[in-house]
Design a protein around this ligand. Sequence first.
Ligand code: SAH
Ligand code: SF4
Ligand code: F3S
Length: 446
Amino acid sequence: MREIKTFFVKTYGCQMNELDSEIMVGQLEQRGLSRIEDESAADLLIFNTCSIRDLAERKVMGKLGKLGRTSQRNAVIGVTGCMANAKKDSLFQKIPHIDFVLGTNNIHDLNNVLDDVLATGKQSVKTDDRFTTELDYLSAKRDDKVKAYVSIIRGCDKFCTYCVVPYTRGPESSRTPESIEQECRQLVSQGYKEIILLGQNVNSYGKDKPEWNCLFHDLLYRLDRIPGVERIRFMTSHPVDITRELMEAVRDLPSLCEFVHFPVQAGSNRILRKMHRIYTLEQYREKVNMLREIVPEVALGTDVIVGFPTETEEEFQMTFDVLKEIEYSVAFLFAYSPRKGTPAMRWQDDVPEEVKQERLQRLMKMQEEIYQKQRQSMLEREVEILVEKKNFKDSALLKGRTRCWKNVLFPGDESLIGTLQKVRIHSYSHQTLLAELIGVSNLIDR
Ligand code: SAH
Ligand code: SF4
Ligand code: F3S
């Protein structure tokens, strides 16, 4: 049997993949392997991949192709994550030097698959279509000491026509409230200050298990009661499943941060229908208005796709107008990328790349003006921040986040990392708010 001692993990894609990597690291450490940062020295290499857009896949394929041409042919190489489910064993034809392919729904099989590869020297693949087993979340090896991801629901049943996720992660599967609560309690007792509840669509939580009688807002009330829990966030939300009860929870629960990411994707009803987003712009706007009425200080986040098949200039303009009207405080903007196996592949990708890029630029420019206005309005305000880490570029500065997810830099001692502080914002530089410390937050000012 081949022997391995060290491993290296590289993660692509979203927070769900980051968490899955943390779980895999926990499992590998439990079997006595050590994680190292030097890729070229590791005995096992794991690439936890993403399929959401063509660029995400190209990055991984480029990386894997290059590995085959280096001297690291002795390392065991595994491909995990969404590309594993999207491409399954066809990956072996494309990249013959990889040893195993492990899908998003098979993370618990990692050590078995690895044993198999080490014992037989043969390639191994496991890519179940749906998630069935409870994962060992408690032994996840977290990258961060202050905030922690907690998976509450895996998979997606929405089938937006452009999106690979329902195929790469399978149908929705909620995790029991007991298990979620147990993990959150453990995290709080370990000193974590912020819990980020994860799911492709967190507000579908519990709908697949009506017998539990615990919908997303019920879960939030339950978690907020955990003694010592400081902040709870959640992402992402599908607009259709955002309920009044959830909005009231954002207003009423002290730990729940006033930030809701619920992507609009497009501003034209024809495009929304073609995307199978199952809401009209009017229905979306109604939810925004209701949310802002119930939680006036709420910050909103969105994702947008430009250049969806058949999108006209006028229809793009509608997307532009919605972003201008709603003034999101976070907006992730993407050019449409056709994905194999999705219904949108039926339609020709007829918006030329340069038009997509030009629309993207126009949106970014307008959104930057909104950010600028928002930064301006933050000046002189006193806010609560959770101190996350030293600033990457200038280590005399610490980085924290407001409850509304804005980054703030301020001078302070490292010992403040992991604490809630009150700061006064005095200026900004590029995209970042600059502040000075006022004192320990008593959790009153949001
Ligand atoms: N579950 C989340 C989003 C997951 S993917 C939600 O529905 O809100 C993150 C974002 O990537 C999506 O919101 C969408 O804006 C973008 N995206 C997904 N598929 C895409 C594609 N084929 N091309 C371009 N952007 C895409
Ligand atoms: Fe993809 Fe739509 Fe599901 Fe989000 S809701 S993961 S965009 S299918
Ligand atoms: Fe990518 Fe899969 Fe996440 S496709 S964005 S890693 S769910």
